[in-house]
Design a protein around this ligand. Structure first.
Ligand SMILES: [Zn+2]
Length: 257
């Protein structure tokens, strides 16, 4: 019998590069090559219980990229490894995003344990820290972190909690004006923040629990997506995928003010 199969047993995926071992029955959305110089990766059309043992390009071993909820454990091991690296190297540029990723990980951990109160406390804390960091560091992209909170709330089946992330974020973008008060054309961080907000609104609108007739906030979130996308100059910096989704929502979205 193959040594790997004996070690991990049938139906058990191998550990990730950072040492996370998912339990038997876990599913992977894809795999990645162990050799960072190769970097080959593959994605499955649907989550699977096994991955190719060898990289098809260089022949090195592989590790899984897990489907949710196992992806939660994988992410923690990855963040712990990054945090150790940041501390070892004194790398503050790495330490800052890792800190915020750990906050959104903790938020999701509380939701997975059914502790909504603790999750809300983490969210409030993170919101304050994101606002402060945005003021202090011009190139910081809060959008990618707020997006993680929205996706975590939706994955945990709580679109109302996702609204608690989206509402202050939409208000913040509106209050600060196009480009979060900076020139969108020259500021990549601002473009990322705006795109993050538009994408997060779409993630909420496309969740199975928020159909137009079933959730009272549907039209409000449509408004946040359209207002953000339409803001002067922001509309010229959206992704093709976002433009297609906006067109489906409202073919005349560019023309209304
Ligand atoms: Zn490879």
């Amino acid at each position: 019998m193959d040594i790997l199969q004996r070690l991990f047993g049938p139906g058990q995926l191998p550990p990730t590069k950072d040492g996370y071992q998912a339990p038997p029955g876990a599913l992977a959305t894809g795999w990645q090559c162990h050799d960072p110089d190769c970097g080959e990766a593959g994605y499955f059309p649907a989550p699977r219980a096994s991955i190719p043992r060898r990289c098809g390009v260089c022949g090195s071993g592989t590790y899984p990229r897990h489907a949710w909820p196992w992806q939660h454990g994988e992410r923690r091991a990855e963040l712990d490894a990054l945090q150790r690296r940041a501390q070892r190297d004194g790398d503050t540029h790495l330490a800052l995003p890792v800190h915020f990723h750990l906050l959104s990980w903790t938020f999701e951990e509380h939701l997975m344990n059914g502790d909504r109160g603790a999750a809300l406390a983490v969210l409030g804390d993170a919101d304050g820290q994101l606002r402060t960091t945005m003021k202090e560091k011009r190139h910081f992209t809060e959008g990618s972190h707020r997006t993680m909170f929205v996706l975590s709330a939706l994955r945990s089946g709580d679109p109302d909690l996702a609204l608690r992330v989206l509402e202050p974020w939409a208000a913040l973008a509106r209050a600060q004006g196009p480009g979060y008060g900076t020139d969108v054309e020259s500021d990549n961080a601002s473009r990322t923040n705006y795109r993050g907000l538009v994408s997060s609104c779409f993630a909420w609108l496309e969740d199975g629990r928020t159909a137009p007739q079933s959730h009272p906030a549907y039209d409000t979130v449509v408004g946040w997506a359209l207002d953000t996308a339409r803001a002067a100059r922001v509309r010229d910096w959206l992704t093709v995928d976002q433009e297609e989704r906006l067109n489906r929502l409202d073919p005349y979205w560019r023309h209304v003010r």
